[in-house]
Design a protein around this ligand. Structure first.
Ligand SMILES: NC(=O)c1ccc[n+]([C@@H]2O[C@H](COP(=O)([O-])OP(=O)(O)OC[C@H]3O[C@@H](n4cnc5c(N)ncnc54)[C@H](OP(=O)(O)O)[C@@H]3O)[C@@H](O)[C@H]2O)c1
Length: 253
């Protein structure tokens, strides 16, 4: 049995590819031999930098995943390229607190539009351009199952992502397309700086998250990327409809 993570000749798409987990995962797919990579994100400068790290195999597509029209335009570009996708990492997401007492409606709607609606209409638009037998990985979070006080709406969006993975695994099984979600624990990425907390408070927040992990530290994007590549590889050919925590033991704490 050949045990390796070889993506030679494979065509891959990653959303949220300009930053953090998505960017590192796109690089990991490239290092594992992917023939072409679609990098999708809102952040055009970040996308250009991510593509430069990979070279000519990377194609960028600036898009807001909460907009159905963006997905239709992306699907048209993928169709034009004429190379159906073998692996999709639908990872773009946003994170901020929504206290029950006073969170505004707009913040609620945006979390669901990006983290939940974006996945549904993204996969719907791309499906005709996904190869039978492909693998889809949805980025969830341990917050789907674990209480993060003040983050109930984010947590609810990620619980929805876990439900999608199970449901879509059923719907796409006739095409042998595997669908799984992956739940990172606290991972050091720019997502936390986007909370706008003063540095000292941010350091305290990260420190407290690290202490809630069995391994006693926050994780690295490379550690999530390794799990994404595993789920997208032939090594995971009998795995579909699961949620894989990549959390240093956060859920076991
Ligand atoms: N880091 C963690 O501890 C952690 C833990 C559990 C789950 N996750 C999940 O992991 C995923 C990636 O997070 P990350 O930590 O790598 O965050 P990140 O560094 O902020 O990267 C997320 C990327 O997605 C982009 N994005 C945001 N909204 C978008 C939209 N509407 N359309 C297209 N792109 C959009 C962001 O662009 P902007 O910079 O312009 O917003 C950013 O480039 C998210 O789904 C997150 O919920 C992260």
């Amino acid at each position: 049995m050949k045990l390796n993570l070889d993506f030679t000749g494979r065509h891959v798409l990653v959303t949220g590819a300009a930053s953090g987990i998505g960017r590192v995962t796109a690089n990991a797919f490239a290092a594992a031999g992917a023939e072409s990579l679609w990098l999708v994100d809102l952040d055009e400068a970040g996308l250009a930098a991510a593509a430069a790290e990979i070279g000519p195999r990377a194609q960028t597509f600036a898009a807001d995943v909460s907009q159905v029209a963006s997905h239709q335009a992306l699907a048209a570009r993928v169709a034009e390229a004429g190379t159906p996708l073998d692996a999709l990492f639908l990872n773009a997401g946003i994170f901020y607190p929504t206290p029950l007492a006073d969170a505004p409606e707009a913040g609620y709607d945006k979390l669901f539009a990006v983290n939940v609606k974006g996945l549904f209409f993204g996969l719907q638009a791309l499906l005709p351009h996904v190869r039978d037998g492909a693998s889809v990985v949805l980025c969830s979070s341990v917050a789907a199952q674990y209480v993060l006080p003040g983050y109930s709406v984010y947590s609810a969006t990620k619980a929805a992502v876990n439900a999608y993975a199970r449901q879509w695994a059923h719907e796409l099984a006739p095409r042998r397309i595997r669908v799984n979600s992956l739940s990172p624990g606290p991972i050091e990425t720019p997502i936390f700086a986007k909370l706008g907390l003063p540095q000292e408070q941010l350091d305290g927040f990260m420190g407290s998250l690290g202490q809630m992990v069995l391994l006693g530290r926050v994780g690295r994007s490379e550690e999530v990327a390794a799990a994404v590549l595993f789920l997208c590889s032939d090594l995971a050919s009998y795995i579909t409809g699961i949620d894989l925590p990549v959390d240093g033991g956060y859920l076991a704490f």
